[in-house]
Design a protein around this ligand. Structure first.
Ligand code: PSU
Ligand code: MN
Length: 306
């Protein structure tokens, strides 16, 4: 494989990796598809700052003109944020055509993991992972994020998954695929906007060091795949479960009525929920991302010592 042909790593990220310094991968679907402009750009820049404040180098990842770019510039963040939904969402299956055609792409969790692994970045902080959609028993809509977690060696810090997904089935799928799921200071899988999903995770680990050690052992043993760290939204920003779940149910119902499916469904639901909650869900979303990338930076720091 001729990686240089497809992969561009910024000088800062390249240097940090070479010196064994902590680096945190960050995704771009959250910028182009997850939030409106200019909040998305402001958030992406704050996220980078939080990673730095916690002692790691941020590597925001996107596909820019057919190149998988690890460590995009501020101008590129602005560009992707402004272009918003006009940037194609790039999951694993989209990579061949997007790269061959020299297009831009907003990387999902799956593609960000692929890029991070290519560049040698071990830890990734985001909002929520994709998963098994509600009704998947008939639609078979299961995010490629889960398969990626099964095979690609990156530790993903998230606030669990939204109840736009079937959280129980998502955890079952991860179990089948042998993906380690740990809760950071919690024994439950967090439910994105809320701290409790009612679904337990196997391990509650209370320090970034313990998480880094577990991931390091996985790598050391040659066990394939990634790891999920469920980091609950801080209590003060968590939404009322009844309120947010009612709005999520309404959004899912509308998506079903409109026949929205495939790659459109997640962006549709995120946008709908933001509108239904008058922006309250967006604020919670931003706060939980900040919280996740701080923990990701702390894990990356501990990992770099091992
Ligand atoms: N879930 C969220 N916010 C997001 C996403 C998921 O709460 O922004 C994005 C992530 O980029 C994730 C992708 O990888 O959606 C999953 O899309 P799909 O279900 O089409 O695989
Ligand atoms: Mn899907």
């Amino acid at each position: 494989m001729n990686l240089e042909k497809y992969l561009v790593v910024s000088d800062e990220v390249k240097k940090a990796i070479k010196e064994g310094k902590p680096v945190v991968a960050l995704e771009s679907t959250i910028i182009s598809h997850g939030m409106p402009y200019p909040k998305n750009v402001e958030t992406a820049l704050n996220v980078e700052k939080i990673v730095r404040d916690n002692g790691a180098v941020p590597a925001t990842i996107a596909i820019i003109k057919g190149k998988i770019t690890v460590g995009i510039s501020k101008d590129e963040i602005e560009y992707l944020g402004k272009k918003g939904l006009n940037v194609p969402k790039a999951s694993r299956r989209d990579l061949p055509v997007i790269l061959a055609q020299g297009m831009d792409g907003a990387t999902t969790v799956a593609t960000t993991m692929i890029a991070a692994a290519m560049a040698g970045v071990k830890v990734f902080g985001t909002g929520g992972i994709g998963g098994v959609h509600r009704g998947a028993e008939t639609t078979m809509d299961i995010s490629a994020d889960l398969e990626e977690l099964a095979g690609t060696p990156v530790c993903v810090v998230c606030a669990g998954c939204k109840s736009i997904l079937d959280i129980g089935l998502t955890l079952e799928y991860l179990e089948t695929k042998g993906v380690t799921v740990v809760g950071y200071k919690t024994a439950e899988m967090p439910a994105f906007y809320t701290t409790h999903s009612g679904f337990g995770v196997d391990y509650k680990l209370d320090t970034p060091k313990e998480i880094a050690e577990a991931f390091h052992v996985k790598e050391d043993c040659g066990l394939r795949g990634g790891m999920v760290v469920g980091n609950p939204i801080p209590d003060e920003y968590a939404m009322d479960p009844d309120y947010i779940n009612a709005n999520i149910d309404a959004a899912v119902k509308e998506a079903n009525e409109k026949g929205i499916k495939g790659k459109e469904i997640t962006p549709f639901l995120l946008d709908k929920i933001q509108k239904l909650t008058g922006g309250a869900s967006l604020e919670a979303n931003i706060k939980l991302v900040y919280n996740n990338v701080a923990v990701a930076a702390q894990i990356a720091k501990e990992y770099s010592k091992l």
